[in-house]
Design a protein around this ligand. Structure first.
Ligand SMILES: Nc1ncnc2c1ncn2[C@@H]1O[C@H](COP(=O)(O)OP(=O)(O)OP(=O)(O)O)[C@@H](O)[C@H]1O
Ligand SMILES: [Mg+2]
Length: 368
């Protein structure tokens, strides 16, 4: 009998954040199941990313190289997720003119309503829905535009590392791919929240990535990405606020943030802790205000529905008490998602499971 070799595709995936670079090596099998062989996290060299582009390619590749050696990566095929800043995305309703190429119609619409240089940007669009508007056939499209020279700076990194570039993706795409799969939440959580929020329509959901400098809001309708916006505030702003209110250095402020988080205050808290609490809350409230604006914009200007569920990811989502705080202000169920929460992912035993949480975006783009 002849056994057919089990086709496996090895892939390296790199997610470049302002604070951390997440590197993961996966094996994708024929059933699209993912096996995480290896991973490593590098610190992003300070100042190496400016306006979404890699400013200092050498510094970044040095850090990545070190990690690749440490974890012993053999794969050459690589995908990369770029920083979230400077990606423009919009939803348009365009007329679907018979005989007219939709590409042209979309480009035309963009040139009329987005203040960007069409030649300098790489434009991608996805048809979300075909509708009739007063009898006129129209299509709802989701458009993203990224400066070509920004994309090039990410390809440069892969080339410099001697890797074979497969793709450069935006974080929204990796989140969308990840959340296209079935999410498994813990039993008690699910039971309680399912009851409490049973009346909400949860087919429109938000995936919010709490990063260090940015907070990325993605809205998915029936698992398709329909909205994306990068809020230029993140977990590092909390460190700054604590450093100022409590007169401590940034490292210490970050440590205090992680220890205390947003757990509700009681009488046993001392003055220092109250200051920390207020600093954290101040920044989170500002981020929440902008999240609300996104939800509102999506409903009113992108022809969307009410968000009925929120998933939170990213290093900053580990802030203690954040899930319940967000739930109380947004009035929808909020789930903190780990890598183990989706179907079809296996993980090499012996990998440090505490840090697997960071890998959602890097693993996301390896999914199809
Ligand atoms: N337990 C914790 N509580 C609160 N914050 C945390 C915790 N652990 C990590 N963080 C914060 O998470 C941030 C790093 O997260 P992450 O790696 O997702 O950011 P990044 O992807 O590099 O940034 P960006 O997405 O903005 O480019 C840091 O600001 C760190 O302080
Ligand atoms: Mg990030």
């Amino acid at each position: 009998m002849v056994t057919i070799p089990f086709l496996k595709n090895n892939l390296l995936s790199i997610d470049i954040g302002f604070r951390n670079i997440k590197i993961v090596e996966v094996e994708v099998n024929r059933n699209k199941e993912i096996f995480i062989k290896n991973f490593g996290i590098a610190s992003t060299p300070k100042g190496s990313i400016k306006n979404g582009a890699i400013q200092d390619v050498r510094a970044v590749t040095n850090e990545i190289s070190k990690v690749l050696k440490e974890i012993g990566v053999k794969t050459k095929n690589a995908k990369i997720v770029m920083s979230g800043t400077n990606i423009i995305s919009r939803v348009f309703l365009v007329e679907n003119i018979p005989g007219e190429n939709l590409d042209n119609t979309v480009r035309m619409t963009i040139s009329q309503s987005m203040p960007i240089d069409l030649d300098a940007h790489k434009i991608d669009y996805k048809v979300l829905k075909e509708i009739k508007d007063d009898g006129v056939p129209k299509v709802k499209v989701f458009v993203t535009a990224v400066l070509k020279n920004i994309i090039k700076s990410y390809i440069d990194i892969l080339v410099e590392l001697g890797l074979k570039p497969i793709s450069v993706d935006i974080p929204a795409n990796s989140a969308a791919k990840f959340f296209n799969r079935d999410i498994i939440t813990t039993e008690s959580d699910t039971w309680f929240k399912r009851n409490k929020y049973s009346k909400l329509d949860q087919s429109t959901l938000a995936v919010i990535d709490f990063g260090s400098e940015t907070t990325i809001v993605n809205i998915l309708k029936d698992r398709v990405l329909e909205f994306n916006k990068v809020i230029l505030k993140g977990s590092s702003n909390i460190d700054e606020a604590i450093a100022e209110s409590n007169h401590v250095k940034l490292d210490e402020a970050e440590r205090l943030k992680k220890i205390q988080g947003l757990t509700p205050l009681d009488l046993s808290f001392d003055e220092e802790q109250v200051k920390i609490h207020n600093s954290i809350k101040g920044v989170i409230n500002e981020i929440v205000r902008q999240i609300f604006q996104c939800f509102e914009f999506y409903e009113k200007r992108c022809f969307g529905d009410k968000v009925g569920k929120v998933y939170i990811i990213g290093g900053g989502s580990q802030l203690k008490g954040l899930t319940s705080y967000l739930e109380s202000v947004l009035q929808v169920p909020v789930y903190h998602v780990g890598l183990l929460s989706i179907a079809g992912i296996r993980i090499n035993e012996g990998l440090d499971s505490d840090r697997l949480n960071y890998l959602i975006n890097s693993v996301g783009i390896t999914l199809s």
